[in-house]
Design a protein around this ligand. Sequence first.
Ligand code: SF4
Ligand code: SF4
Length: 64
Amino acid sequence: MNKIVIIHDDSCNGCSRCVDMCPKKILYIEEGVRKCRVTDENQCDRLGGCEGVCPNKAIRITQN
Ligand code: SF4
Ligand code: SF4
């Protein structure tokens, strides 16, 4: 389970907005299920840009 980038599959509709805006290019859409996934979350800048563009609040960044 991810510890930094938390994705709620039930809310994610696979719209790719977070993927398109992520400056670190660590987000992608898993084909078939059409859900957001993260490659190397340790590269995350934790600035929350993805949270800001997600229409469903399906992605969250932990700050601890
Ligand atoms: S917080 Fe920034 S770097 Fe981290 S996944 Fe979201 S958009 Fe990408
Ligand atoms: S912006 Fe939200 S709903 Fe769209 S792919 Fe990303 S996490 Fe899923």
